[in-house]
Write a protein that binds this ligand. Sequence first.
Ligand SMILES: NC(=O)c1ccc[n+]([C@@H]2O[C@H](COP(=O)([O-])OP(=O)(O)OC[C@H]3O[C@@H](n4cnc5c(N)ncnc54)[C@H](O)[C@@H]3O)[C@@H](O)[C@H]2O)c1
Length: 289
Amino acid sequence: MKVGLIGLGNMGSGMALSAVRAGLSTIGFDPAIADRAALEAAGIVLADSVADVSAQAEVIVLSLPNSAIVEDVVLGADGLLHHAREGQIVLDTSTADPASTLRIAEALRDSPLRFVDGPVSGGPKAAHAGSMTMLLGGETADIHALQPVLDALTAKCVHVGPVGAGHSAKLFNNLLCGINLLAVGEAIRVARAAGLDIEKILQGVNAGSGRSGVTEVNCPTWILNGAFDSGFTMKLMRKDLGLAAEMIENSGAHAPLSQEALRLWKASAGQLGDAEDFNRIVEFVERQS
Ligand SMILES: NC(=O)c1ccc[n+]([C@@H]2O[C@H](COP(=O)([O-])OP(=O)(O)OC[C@H]3O[C@@H](n4cnc5c(N)ncnc54)[C@H](O)[C@@H]3O)[C@@H](O)[C@H]2O)c1
């Protein structure tokens, strides 16, 4: 199977390396590649355009910054739909707007191009290791056809529903992570004010029902040691939370806790720039008066 990667940034470059390591013939395209030599040395063919990738790959994995770019790459004048061949499947691993994903699926309905949304967790480290978690939205037959690529890129996949459901599930995941980071930041602030040993308190929490991905992974790996180098930026997290805010609004559901958390994340933009690590929201919480 020949796999194409469109978007070779922090995540896409790691995915391309994982694909090639798994024995998949891999071609990639990105107009602004950080390290061409490293990708070429690993055996990845670098194409000059989306059309070049489409001409050679059966499975085309997207890892792009936002839905507007995904729509352009798939539906634009020189996009994947324009060059589509029978049997091709697009796997969109970007964190994207579910409403846009549904628009794309509708536009592809009578085309030869199949579409699956598969946003990911685990960050650049897991993309490089081929150990990401992927939340899949799409037809079961299409997901089966993607199996060799899923095996190369992921340690765990969950098929959460029809096309668009993967992107919705990812927004719930990031919303819950965002709320949790604020809550843990507040707990750290209270524990510090009470003169407690934060590391010991977290050890206790992680042995109990208050534990979470944030307390078990983010705190020791990126927060308490001051590393703040997860590879996931404030810009990307704010994008995801903006999409979650739209999802809540479109649903019409009452969600006051989420809305307060979203307000705090938005307010953090005054103190934490786009390039900062998203875990720094904990420091923002600690500074609040
Ligand atoms: N970084 C993370 O930890 C992480 C984790 C999970 C999900 N994501 C999601 O994965 C996606 C990619 O994230 P990233 O951190 O790799 O971002 P990134 O900014 O490092 O990479 C995106 C790449 O897309 C390229 N690109 C832009 N327009 C393009 C086009 N028209 N054709 C081809 N390439 C194009 C850019 O040049 C860039 O290299 C985002 O949707 C993000 O939300 C990121």
